[in-house]
Design a protein around this ligand. Structure first.
Ligand SMILES: [Zn+2]
Ligand SMILES: [Zn+2]
Length: 428
């Protein structure tokens, strides 16, 4: 069966996260979104580990489900349209490492996915000796990523280790500021144990397939959600059974069971283009090259984004043949509804009410964005159908993000086009 997987999630014990990042909150939003396998996040944090160990029970095949009495209570608050969606959890964490290698300071983020609470306990015991696991749900350790990978595999050979958002300038494996140029530089003889990477919001599979060194590795996408509403901003699609061995095995082997990914348009990510936020300078890679990488306002080096960096490390052209994986682009449904309402805020009363009605009438968010026939959506809302059609066919308007500023993806070119189009729709 088709399953949607989101392995990069944070709990309320991570910095700058929502109070609703609880197991209950993740379960609730997982059902609204249509995600089937959700990473717990933050398993190195002792209180969070205790919290989810109490609330989750193992199911056959090595994933976990929410205890029935808790699940039943939440299900009663959900619309019937999404109540039967299947949700499983898997222990996961994002760990930040800071270390010196080859005379340079490296800062990397990586995801670790483990099959059992026992494996988590073994790894946590090892990492406790390295640094403080209580300070932050996403711990920062003075540890070489090579050692971290070794510890994780020693704790359990079925661990899945994924360098996270690999193109982010400061914390990505290939980041322009504190990353590496090759996987082998970072992982040496353990490089073959890295079976997957995470695209991050600012890159998509097509960009990653330009690197021969990533051939054979699974390209995964996750949300990096700091609030449960952001679950599934990006996700990985697998076609297999709902067990650890099958889902994580599909990713590890990158075989046909790994169907592909659901992506942000990479322009929407915070580091797609280059620039200086404080100087109001946003450059395409071409413009950056024309300025020798220097900011024309403050005369310091620009923050080089993902698009530039991919081009620097790529050994294939973007037009070259690509692996046969599905890549679907989405815009979060609340953003779509907000734009239709002519507002930027996705948390306004009218927008939230409309979102809830859409889910109650049409089913979970991913079904609406990806699967439902446009005619079915049109019967309920011609406006939403029009927006979904434009997103599915890549007829959207893109403004690239840069230096920590999110880009924007718009269904309508501007307010005038929006008014005119919606007016025509209402006449039909
Ligand atoms: Zn990160
Ligand atoms: Zn500047």
């Amino acid at each position: 069966m088709e399953l949607l997987v989101d392995l990069h999630v944070h709990s309320h014990y991570s910095r700058a996260t929502s109070r609703n990042c609880t197991i209950e909150g993740l379960y609730f939003w997982g059902k609204l979104k249509g995600i089937n396998v959700i990473g717990t996040g933050d398993f190195t944090h002792p209180e969070w580990f205790q919290e989810f160990r109490d609330k989750l029970t193992p199911v056959e095949g090595g994933l976990f489900e929410l205890r029935k009495e808790i699940a039943d209570e939440i299900d009663r608050t959900l619309p019937a349209s999404v109540r039967s969606n299947l949700i499983r959890f898997v222990p996961s964490v994002e760990i930040a490492t800071i270390y010196k290698k080859g005379e340079r300071v490296r800062k990397l983020h990586q995801l670790i996915i483990m099959p059992s609470f026992e494996a988590v306990s073994r790894l946590n015991a090892q990492l406790e000796r390295v640094g403080n696991l209580k300070a932050d749900g996403r711990p920062i350790l003075g540890l070489d990523s090579y050692e971290l990978l070794r510890f994780a595999l020693e704790a359990d050979k079925d661990t899945l280790y994924i360098p996270a958002h690999i193109w982010t300038p400061w914390f990505g494996l290939f980041g322009s500021k504190s990353g590496f140029d090759t996987l082998t530089e970072a992982y040496e003889d353990l490089a073959p144990e890295v079976h997957a990477i995470e695209t991050g919001l600012s890159s998509d599979p097509a960009m990653n397939w330009r690197l021969k060194q990533l051939d054979g590795l699974a390209i995964t996408s996750n949300s990096d959600a700091h609030s449960p509403q952001k679950l599934g901003r990006e996700a990985t699609i697998v076609n297999t059974n709902l067990t650890y061995v099958d889902v994580i095995g599909a990713i590890r082997t990158n075989d046909r069971r790994l169907a592909g990914t659901i992506e942000f348009f990479p322009e929407e990510g915070k580091y797609h283009y280059d620039g200086h936020r404080a100087c109001g300078v946003k450059f395409s890679p071409k413009e950056t090259k024309a300025h020798d990488g220097i900011c024309p306002v403050c005369h310091k080096p620009l923050v080089v984004g993902v698009d530039y960096r991919v081009d620097e490390l790529a050994d294939r052209a973007i037009e070259d043949e690509k692996p046969s994986k599905t890549v679907e682009y989405i815009v979060p449904l609340t953003e779509v509804v907000a734009e239709l309402h002519g507002t930027k805020s996705t948390s306004g009363k009218a927008v939230v009410a409309e979102y809830d009605k859409l889910i109650a009438n049409l089913g979970d968010e991913f079904s609406i964005l990806r699967k439902l026939p446009l005619d079915t959506i049109r019967e309920y809302s011609p406006q939403v159908a029009l927006a979904v059609e434009r997103i599915r066919t890549d007829k959207v308007h893109k403004e690239a993000g840069y230096d920590g500023v999110y880009g924007t993806i718009k269904v309508f070119k501007d307010a005038a086009e929006r008014a005119e189009t919606l007016n025509q729709l209402s006449l039909l």
